[in-house]
Write a protein that binds this ligand. Structure first.
Ligand code: F6P
Length: 342
């Protein structure tokens, strides 16, 4: 059996751990051979491959990023995209395709599998942890650890200058990174996309912290918006790839806080630091287990499935479930941490 592997969408720590587990188990236990496709769906679209065998996966477990490269190329937006993929797979005699990605990449895999008979198995990844079919995605724990360490560091500089420190973390649609790192780092305000915030309330919390001689930390997810959305949304723009960019909610907040409370404020945007570098032990553990189970799906010819974490078990769910619903922060969970604000 010849198995193709690709990684699509934004990279995240743990991708290499999946690739390594898939290849090692596939070669050593099942005698499969592998073809790596470069840069997500662009690989099969343009027939761009890399050799993938035991030597290629040696030493990659702790490395961030992906040895296969990644892109957000979507074959559904390309002329003749699906036929070109089918041609490549036929020419390269690929019997199964392991697709490692988020909502977009797995959405394409679901469609190829269901409607075009292409034998795909999915592995979920995103630092945002917003795929509803799995309890956790790898990459998330690493991102939370990085953000938590940053918040720890910002506490001391905030206290030294008695300033407000605003930390902007990733999360366009879901506030998981903000919620987990904010709680772990002892932030005083956590703002998430799911709950439009009241800027007056935020300023009241900030003021009350100063009254208690405490320099507050505000964690804000990049997709958070104020209740009066017009305030920031008028700055919304599309980048050259057509992605929506909310321009600097962190910067905007710091300016508003300074203006409304009279306290000096600074912003730190963590950005892609949250996605880079070595994966945490948890993410290596999860990614490796996902990889081992994904190659078992191939062995069982159980295509159109995605591996997922449920409790401590790895289960198989329909690939379509990966994109069915975004997993957002429950209002009750958000309320639970609200006790620390103010
Ligand atoms: O989906 C993962 C993610 O890291 C989001 O949290 C973030 O908004 C986005 O990707 C950034 O995308 P890009 O790397 O294309 O700028």
């Amino acid at each position: 059996m010849r198995v193709g592997v690709l990684t699509g969408g934004g990279d995240c720590p743990g991708l290499n751990a999946v690739i390594r587990a898939v290849v090692r188990k596939g070669v050593q236990e099942y005698g499969y051979t592998f073809t790596g496709f470069r840069d997500g769906w662009r690989g099969p679209l343009q027939d761009r491959t890399v050799p993938l065998g035991i030597p290629a996966v040696r030493g990659i477990l702790p490395r961030g990023g992906t040895v296969l490269g990644s892109s957000r190329t979507n074959p559904l937006n390309e002329e003749d995209g699906i036929r070109r993929i089918q041609d490549t797979l036929r020419r390269r005699e690929i019997d199964a395709l392991v697709t490692i990605g988020g909502e977009d990449t797995l959405g394409v895999a679901a469609l190829l599998s269901e409607e075009h008979g292409i034998p795909c198995v999915g592995v979920p990844k995103t630092i945002d942890n917003d795929l509803s079919a799995t309890d956790y995605t790898f990459g998330f724990d690493t991102a939370v650890n990085i953000a938590t360490e940053a918040i720890d560091r910002l506490h001391t500089t905030a206290e030294s200058h008695m300033r407000v420190l605003v930390v902007e973390v990733m999360g366009r649609h879901a506030g998981w990174i903000a919620l987990h790192s904010g709680l772990a780092g002892g932030a005083n305000v956590i703002l998430i996309p799911e709950q439009p915030f009241d800027i007056d309330q935020v300023c009241a919390w900030v003021t009350s912290r100063f009254k208690a001689s405490y320099a507050p930390i505000v964690v804000v997810a990049e997709g958070a918006v104020p209740k009066d959305g017009d305030l920031v949304l008028k700055d919304q723009s599309l980048d050259s790839f057509g992605h929506v960019r909310l321009s600097g909610i962190g910067e905007w907040l710091a300016k508003q806080i300074e203006k409304r409370t009279g306290h000096e404020a600074r912003t730190t945007v963590l950005g892609h630091i949250q996605r880079g570098g070595t994966p945490s032990a948890f993410d290596r553990w999860l990614a490796t287990r996902f990889g081992l189970h994904a190659i078992d799906c191939v062995r069982d010819r159980d295509f159109g499935k995605m591996v997922a974490l449920r409790g401590t078990d790895i289960v198989r769910v329909p690939l379509a479930a990966a994109t069915a619903r975004l997993k957002t922060v429950d209002p009750a969970l958000y309320q639970e941490v609200g006790v620390f604000f103010g």
